[in-house]
Design a protein around this ligand. Structure first.
Ligand code: NCD
Length: 332
């Protein structure tokens, strides 16, 4: 939810989606769509260096940023927490300054703490992208979820999601993906229904601009898309769920629930998945009578979204907001 009344533009960094204007979000999504459709993207970051400062585990997000940087012709430098000076006690801000002094053009930063990337951004002149900060936000995940949904449901010309009802289900209170998803889905016009047990989805989440429900079976037939979120045992030790069987019974996307979804409805999950807990294997794979899973498309689109974000922060938007779709300037 926007903590300021006026919609924000990008301020040289991408730290959160909350409060960003629909125009800014649509500009990033339009550029991502252009990169997705381009047979050979221009090397718009040739000769540039992108640093990956990941101070929390990550496989897909880090690889995705690396691929995005490389596809635009940049060099990606991996800086992990273990072995870097952060583990020797050098502060985050000193580390970031040191990296920047080496001639870095953009930095993707993941931290265990909320707002770690914002701390780095404050002390550095180069663009910083939040690659996931504690329980706060994961802006590129929100963007890739919106891009994937819009493409699958034919809304990727104008990225207007008006009239769509999207359920986000599971471990929401601890989820940075949830916060970024609610921001972007609602900013683009969709209605978001948050579903989970009280311990994982407290009623206070309504402040973010969504409706909170407890009965997944009542919600399932009325939604156009569902995003299932991972039960994050590492964040609460699993104490928030009584038993795996009970959790799956009430909040898992089982085959039966998959079958009860509307025709044309789609299934998303940001990964990594706990198969057999929040989502059944058959539903994740898809099949006859089951809704279309978009899980691998989310991964694919993640690279295009990160290309768009990196390019926009370093060079400015690819497609001017005023141009109709399909007239992108793909020249380097
Ligand atoms: C998410 C994350 O790290 O926040 N995953 C991801 O970016 N691929 C979601 C999660 O960890 O469950």
């Amino acid at each position: 939810m926007a903590d300021t009344a006026a919609p924000r533009q990008l301020d040289g960094h991408l730290l959160s989606l909350a409060g960003l204007s629909a125009d800014t979000l649509r500009s990033l999504l339009t550029d991502a769509r252009e990169f997705a459709d381009a047979t050979e993207p221009p090397p718009s970051l040739a000769g540039r260096t992108v640093a990956l400062l990941f101070l929390e585990d990550s496989t897909r997000t880090r690889s995705s940023f690396r691929l995005a940087a490389e596809r635009l012709g940049a060099r990606a430098v991996d800086l992990t927490g273990v072995g870097s000076s952060v583990s020797k006690g050098e502060s985050l801000i000193d580390t970031a300054r040191t990296i920047e002094a080496m001639g870095i053009d953009a930095m993707a930063v993941r931290t265990k703490e909320a707002c770690g990337p914002a701390v780095v951004a404050e002390g550095s002149a180069c663009p910083v992208i939040n690659a996931g900060d504690g329980r706060h936000e994961h802006p590129t995940q929100g963007l890739l979820d919106a891009l994937t949904l819009a493409r699958a449901l034919g809304r990727d010309r104008d990225f207007d999601l008006t009239g769509l009802r999207i359920a986000v289900v599971g471990d929401l209170g601890a989820s940075r993906v949830f916060r970024s998803d609610v921001s972007i889905f609602t900013a683009l016009g969709a209605e978001v229904i948050a579903v989970g047990p009280t311990a994982l989805a407290p009623g206070s989440l309504e402040r973010l601009g969504c409706r909170v429900e407890r009965d997944l079976d009542a919600v399932i037939p009325e939604i156009d898309a569902v995003q299932m979120l991972r039960v994050q045992f590492e964040r609460h030790g699993g104490t928030a769920i009584a038993s795996r069987r009970q959790y799956r019974g009430r909040f898992g996307l089982t085959r039966e629930r998959g079958r009860a979804m509307k025709d044309g409805a789609v299934v998303m999950h940001p990964g990594p998945m706990n198969r057999g807990l929040e989502i059944d294997h058959e539903v994740a794979e898809g099949g006859p009578d089951l809704p279309r899973p978009l899980i691998l498309e989310q991964v694919t689109n993640g690279v295009f979204v990160r290309m768009a974000v990196l390019n926009t922060l370093v060079n400015g938007p690819l497609v001017a907001n005023t141009k109709p779709a399909g007239t992108a300037n793909l020249a380097p």
